[in-house]
Design a binder for this molecule. Structure first.
Ligand SMILES: Cc1cc2nc3c(=O)[nH]c(=O)nc-3n(C[C@H](O)[C@H](O)[C@H](O)COP(=O)(O)OP(=O)(O)OC[C@H]3O[C@@H](n4cnc5c(N)ncnc54)[C@H](O)[C@@H]3O)c2cc1C
Length: 388
């Protein structure tokens, strides 16, 4: 007889795993969660005070139904835990009219009849003077955009899970998973733990426990910086929405109003795309080239925020082919559910990803629209990219 006996074991208690643990325990499942370090720690992908959420998804309108559910679930989590997690500021998506961010946002807004407004440079100067736009750029303002507090959200999901009877082990690294037809055995700290199903949500470490992803999932180094704004009124929460700016071939930048006395935060999506070979080794510290990229952006594009650089930090994106998600059971192993870390744009979905993972762990399927996030779809995307 095994010492532990659980319906589901969740491995990794970051954004996705904490949410899965909360959803599963709320459904009355007997669950245990394992976290190698501590929730939302500095080597994970879920620290740094803020994450953008937006409904008019430029990446593809098909994400919008999942986002609607994600918003509902974030609000429910706030009600259930009394924590402040989601703040609506509106989101500005800036670029040339034919840029992927602007044209894609408009396509999503139109497809789902989302509240939005298009602003030209003069309109932006009147409403949001902090930004400098080129003459041929526009901004799409989408009223439902805003930001999430990632550390608070992970803590809230874990609060909820604890309240519903989930067990949790911090500083407990799972070193192997051995599935057979009826049970999955986990090796953790010299013990063997048996569960009917397992959810693997190990972020940048996903390739360690899921060999099928070792080559497909690439963790990359990400950098963000906070600046003391020159104009506090124009960059304060309430005045400055969260924003994305499409900078053409250079890539895209994102940012937040000044929060909690920490100044205005900015970053570049995927930064320099530097792969991380071992997620157990801390990221290289922020260097001059990292800082110069963000200093130049804020000086040129957000001049009223471009005061002294107050702080910087590094984080990890984990990219999959097509920069998409994987939410599925392992091929041939229906008792092993996998959540990828979602290619640098997954935080906003964590509240619904946990629901999907709970569905997959309970029944092997979900009524939510996840066909595009299957292993099969991932393999198709990888094959298509290799053919280019
Ligand atoms: C700087 C930055 C900005 C971002 N901005 C946005 C944004 O604005 N909007 C958005 O939607 N998304 C954004 N993202 C992406 C988003 O944050 C990630 O998609 C999300 O945090 C991934 O969560 P996760 O749970 O998969 O991974 P993590 O949060 O890294 O959690 C994985 C956990 O698993 C644990 N673990 C690993 N191996 C084991 C093991 N063997 N045993 C036990 N535990 C283990 C780890 O310690 C870790 O705590 C951003 C990411 C970064 C880095």
């Amino acid at each position: 007889m095994a010492r532990f006996d659980f319906d589901v074991a969740v491995i990794g208690l970051g954004a996705m795993g904490s949410s899965a643990l909360a959803h599963l325990s709320a459904r009355g499942q007997k669950v245990i969660g394992f976290e190698a370090f501590s929730p939302a720690h500095g080597l994970s992908s879920s620290h740094g005070d803020s994450r953008i959420i937006r409904l008019g998804y430029f990446e593809d309108p098909s994400y919008v139904p999942l986002l609607r559910r994600a918003y509902e679930n974030w609000r429910a989590l706030e009600r259930e835990t009394g924590r402040d997690i989601l703040t609506i500021t509106g989101v500005l998506q800036i670029g040339r009219p034919d840029s992927p961010i602007v044209s894609g946002t408009l396509a999503s807004c139109r497809a789902y009849d989302l509240d939005h407004e298009v602003l030209d440079p003069a309109g932006m100067a009147r409403r949001y003077p902090a930004f400098a736009l080129d003459r041929d750029e526009i901004a799409v303002f989408e009223s439902q955009g805003g930001f999430l507090r990632p550390e608070a959200a992970v803590a809230a999901h874990l609060d909820l899970a604890r309240r519903h009877g989930a067990q949790m082990r911090m500083a407990s690294r799972v070193t192997a998973i051995e599935p057979d037809d009826a049970v999955v055995t986990l090796a953790v700290a010299g013990e063997r733990v048996r569960a009917r199903r397992v959810v693997v949500a190990t972020g940048p470490w996903i390739g360690e426990l899921v060999p099928a992803l070792a080559r497909l999932a690439t963790p990359i180094r990400q950098v963000v910086a906070w600046y003391d704004p020159k104009d506090r009124a124009a960059t304060a929460l309430g005045a400055l929405p969260v924003f994305l700016r499409d900078a053409g071939p250079v890539g895209s930048f994102f940012g937040f109003p000044a929060l909690d006395g920490m100044g205005v935060k900015v970053g570049k999506h995927a930064h320099f795309r530097e792969p991380i070979s071992d997620p157990n080794v801390p990221n290289a510290p922020v260097n001059e080239a990292d800082a110069a990229l963000l200093d130049d952006f804020i000086a040129q594009r957000l001049p009223l925020a471009a005061g002294v650089r107050l702080a910087t930090t590094t984080c990890r994106y984990t990219m999959l082919p097509g920069e998409d998600f994987l939410l599925d059971t392992l091929p041939g192993e229906p008792n092993v559910v996998v959540a990828s870390p979602c290619s640098g744009h997954g935080y906003k979905f964590a509240s619904v990803v946990g629901e999907i993972l709970a569905d997959l762990a309970e029944t092997g399927q979900s009524d939510l629209p996840i066909e595009a996030f299957s292993f099969y779809a991932l393999q198709q995307k990888a094959a298509a990219l290799m053919a280019i």
